[in-house]
Design a binder for this molecule. Structure first.
Ligand SMILES: [Mg+2]
Length: 242
């Protein structure tokens, strides 16, 4: 066994995020008295993905009052950031406070109905006997814990590490340095990061200098800016590999 610690991404690696987002989006629309449709969902899903990608790339302008916040952020700051997707979806036709309220409905619902990716339970169960398993996510810690509990996998994970604990998102090296501080007895060669995102997971491994496993469940073409150490199409492939 070459590795000692496996770091798993959460959304779209262990959890079927799109189905979860769909259920939460339905709840948010119902709260606002609107009817769900598949095309509205695709619209929301696109805004949500694009927003977080822009956010990671530093393309979202922060109000001056938050610019001094570095590292761990205030609730007010996090509420503002998350509410921006809601404002974009409603074309800025609602107030910030109401967007925050709608986002809270959305986030609460996100933690309630959870769909796991195929093979999550059996794969984690098997690997947990051989490796220390961590989850490192750019999502909020509370929702992550709830999701893992809902799919019956919390007991296989030694620790949940989330961007909101440290104030840095994957693929930022500071996120890994915060993890490394907690596991000071291990070397970078002991780690493998496993995730669906080339940018956040494979890119994280490359930035930090640890091996990465690209979970390419949709059979996407590999972007040649990224070099995963290994690639899989199904989680259960890890059982034979590791
Ligand atoms: Mg992911």
């Amino acid at each position: 066994m070459k590795y000692k610690i496996l770091i798993f991404d959460l959304d779209d690696t262990l959890i079927d995020n799109k189905e979860n987002v769909r259920a939460a989006f339905k709840r948010m629309l119902a709260y606002r008295g609107l009817v769900y449709s598949g095309s509205e969902f695709e619209h929301w899903y696109g805004i949500d993905k694009r927003f977080w990608s822009d956010w990671q790339d530093g393309l979202v302008e922060l109000p001056a009052r938050f610019k001094h916040e570095v590292g761990k952020k205030s609730h007010e700051y996090l509420d503002w950031v998350r509410a921006q997707r809601v404002l974009l979806y409603f074309n800025n036709s609602i107030r910030l406070e109401y967007a925050i309220e709608l986002n809270n409905v959305f986030m609460k619902a996100l933690g309630e109905t959870i769909h796991a990716i195929d093979g999550t339970h059996s794969t984690l169960q098997y690997l947990s006997k051989r490796y220390k398993l961590l989850v490192a996510t750019n999502g909020p810690k509370i929702a992550t814990k709830q999701k893992l509990e809902k799919i019956g996998c919390r007991q296989y994970i030694t620790e949940i590490l989330s961007a909101d604990m440290f104030g840095y998102m994957k693929p930022k090296i500071e996120f890994f340095e915060a993890i490394e501080k907690k596991y000071a007895d291990f070397n970078r060669s002991d780690y493998l990061i496993i995730g669906d995102s080339l940018k956040s997971d494979v890119g994280f491994g490359m930035n930090v200098g640890i091996d990465s496993c690209w979970f390419n469940k949709d059979n996407d073409e590999l972007d040649d800016r990224y070099q995963p150490t290994i690639s899989i199409h199904k989680l259960s492939e890890l059982v034979d590999m590791l």
